[in-house]
Design a protein around this ligand. Sequence first.
Ligand code: SF4
Length: 114
Amino acid sequence: MEIEEKILKLIKSRKKGILQSELWKKAEIDRRKCSRVVEKLEHEGKILREQETSKGTRTYRIRLAEKIEKEKVRDFKLLLVKDMFAPCTGCALECIPEQCMPLSEWVFHLIEEK
Ligand code: SF4
């Protein structure tokens, strides 16, 4: 199995991605090679890395880019009720939630939909 495929498979196997400090061990390759492959995959847009600290050491959490995109779409759908987008998104009005008609209307639709 080619090393890139092996690494992608390992990343895919974890719901929350995998730490780079763990990935090279699981892939049974040295840390530098792992780093090069991960950088290449990131450059190709196949994965995304976020800095994270594990056991006092800085590393990266690596996740599949397509998985993150799907999650974003799912999250986006949560903001839609019927055809109405959550009114607070990008709102520039002076905010008094208890008196806000757009928010009340959106919550009403949300309750209605359930
Ligand atoms: S509650 Fe109303 S005023 Fe406040 S951010 Fe949401 S939509 Fe805007």
